[in-house]
Write a new protein. Structure first.
Length: 90
């Protein structure tokens, strides 16, 4: 349980850092331009845990990266709520 929580929290910390490298914030745009920006490809290098040499390049659309960040955030929130409900403080 502690291992999975540690791994989950590590991904949560990595997600904002990878978001900073993706691209600068875009101004609010009309729907057509918004769809185009959601479909642009963003590639990030993700390091392999426990290896200084390993790693891989991961390419996804901006919408896919955003969905992944939202899912990670929801998972973290659920784990924190369960821990609080069970009386654990951290």
């Amino acid at each position: 349980m502690i291992k999975s929580l540690s791994l989950l929290l590590m991904f949560a910390v990595a997600a904002p850092a990878s978001a900073q490298n993706a691209s600068p914030a875009q101004p609010v745009a009309p729907a057509a331009a918004k769809d185009k920006s959601a479909n642009r490809m963003i590639c990030e290098r993700q390091e392999e845990i426990g290896s200084r040499l390993g790693g891989k390049k991961v390419c996804k659309t901006a919408a896919q990266w955003e969905l992944e960040r939202q899912q990670n955030r929801q998972t973290i929130d659920q784990v924190q709520q369960q821990a609080t409900a069970n009386g654990h403080s951290g």
